[in-house]
Design a protein around this ligand. Structure first.
Ligand code: THU
Length: 161
């Protein structure tokens, strides 16, 4: 038996002003769109903004439903829309922001497992790491590449040949 350890690397920012100009622009779009979330059940508004290689920014918000599992996270709304509108463009980065009018969001929001798997899929076809910028009133975290968030991910290699 041999024990292995996987490390995860991330950057922590106190506020958006510390981000690069490009990341600030993307993060601002996620913050702005978060007010459009349809989250009557959780009161947890999430906004997401996806940056493509052609410079386009596609946004999304969480969309809930009275049949709870029918709803979708902001990240997947934005990613699926981006890949629908621009199927041949590489995805460079995604920003996520969460707030609630009812309670303090005192942790940085990070994508759920299903959203990580979706980011991993697009990273695979983009053949370059996708940066993930995650924020709330608690601060901002940035990771470079979904590998930092989903190191032991399911990959299709075992399915082929
Ligand atoms: N949610 C997102 O949109 N993104 C995340 O990264 C975490 C959770 C949404 C799903 C649901 O509408 C609400 O937040 C509470 O889980």
């Amino acid at each position: 038996m041999k024990k292995h350890v996987i490390q995860c690397e991330f950057e922590r920012y106190e506020n958006a002003a510390e981000l690069s100009t490009e990341d600030q622009e993307l993060y601002a779009k996620a913050v702005e769109i978060s007010t459009n979330a349809y989250a009557p059940y959780s009161a947890f508004n999430v906004g997401s903004a996806v940056k493509l290689a052609n410079g386009e920014i596609i946004v999304g918000t969480n969309q809930e439903n009275i049949a709870y599992p029918s709803g979708l996270c902001a990240e997947r709304v934005a990613l699926f829309s981006a890949h629908t509108l621009f199927p041949n463009e590489k995805i460079e980065s995604i920003a996520i922001f969460a707030f609630s009018k009812d309670f303090a969001v005192d942790e940085v929001v990070s994508p759920c497992g299903a959203c990580r798997q979706v980011i991993a899929e697009y990273e695979g076809i983009s053949k370059q790491p996708i940066s993930v910028i995650m924020g709330s009133e608690a601060g901002i975290i940035k990771t470079n590449g979904v590998n930092q968030l989903l190191p032991f991910r399911f990959s299709s290699t075992g399915l082929k040949n």
